[in-house]
Write a protein that binds this ligand. Sequence first.
Ligand SMILES: Cc1cc2nc3c(=O)[nH]c(=O)nc-3n(C[C@H](O)[C@H](O)[C@H](O)COP(=O)(O)O)c2cc1C
Length: 440
Amino acid sequence: MDALLEPFKIKHLTLRNRIISTAHAPSFQEGGHPREQYRLYHEEKARGGVGLTMIGGSTNIAPDSPSVFGQLYAGDDSIIEWFKELTDGVHKYDAAIMCQITHMGRRTAWDNGHWLPVLGPSAVRERAHRSFPKVMEFEDIDRVIENFVDAALRCQQGGFDGIELLSHSHLLGQFLSPMINQRQDEYGGSLQNRMRLSLRILESVREVVGPDFIVGMRITGDELLEGGMDANECIEIAQRLSETSNIDFLNILAGAPYDDLGLAGWVSPMGMPSAPHLTIAGQIRKAVKLPIFHAGGISDIATARHAIAEGHVDLIGMTRAQIADPHLVEKLSRGDEERIRPCVGLGYCVDRVNQCKQAVCGHNAATGREATLPHKITMAKIQKKVVVVGGGPAGLEASRICAERGHEVILFEASERLGGQINLASKSTTRRQIWVLQIG
Ligand SMILES: Cc1cc2nc3c(=O)[nH]c(=O)nc-3n(C[C@H](O)[C@H](O)[C@H](O)COP(=O)(O)O)c2cc1C
């Protein structure tokens, strides 16, 4: 059996395979809730065979962590009924579903939401969001811990199989990083002090959700920045976290997404090396006994197989790969690997989200439009002759869909080459991957 398709157990939960979709905010929220569009988007991944879909990228837990890229808001009870509909929808296709929750700390904008002061361990500004954070007082710390606990409970009441606390670059990670945390009190200085907030939150969350509910954390494996946390320190953090009984998995990221360049290391676009941080995740897997998740530029099945075979990870995140093709696992299972619609790292999804627009896909028009555009093409009742004029991306896609619907297609293209403007776009060295065939 393909190792990617083997079941994997976390506590009592058995995932049907090792391919997951990691948290991402697709900006499909309505009023901070995951309503129909959001639910159908994740149901499609579940129908397509994903083992676990982590929803709610950066779901905010408090008013002083306002949304900057269309995130969910789990800071009040109104979200619970929407959570229930979403988790029921995904569970009916036998996939597991968890929710990522976070306080963004300084990684947000003061003039969103209620215009509250942005919080941070110290008054160190982030280049990307540019807010001067208010240095958190002890009352702020206690309040944020309560916010995490309340949001975790709402996720549990909403039917999730577990939660993931986002540490990397958000408030918890900001306390960990000596570059950002310059406190002189018991929350700053030594590693033990910098970890205090994370450990207090995990302990308080565990107390209310009980021993069976799955709680994980998405942490940094190496900030890859002078003055930041290096791999050794991150390994030590992972070890100390794993020594508590309050955590069930770790999800490893690397880099410091404090500006556009740093973000490109996290959500790597085309022209960058494949799976750049895989071995960083692998080092942490060797050092701790917890299941390790990792996503990062792993868009093809061969690289995913390599990651599992070499023991770098337990669960492999193919996030943009499943934005491009939510039926990736199903195609792999039925031996149709070559028909997987590839993610080429166009960057359209993440660029749009950074502008607060919906994370639709440059390679798959049906993504995010599940209510009106099916991912699975069905035969037309009446077959016709269809003439398509122009063999650029739109003309080719229209031809493909018409042909799959059983119509006879005649495509006219004036030039010698199909592909239209993609021919031009792929001329640049770092944009060559754009010319990967979209098979569908
Ligand atoms: C549109 C978009 C939004 C994202 N938002 C989040 C987020 O809110 N929280 C998070 O931990 N990661 C977020 N990510 C990062 C993904 O979880 C993942 O780490 C990244 O896309 C690299 O994996 P991939 O190459 O398999 O896509 C986002 C990614 C995308 C494409």
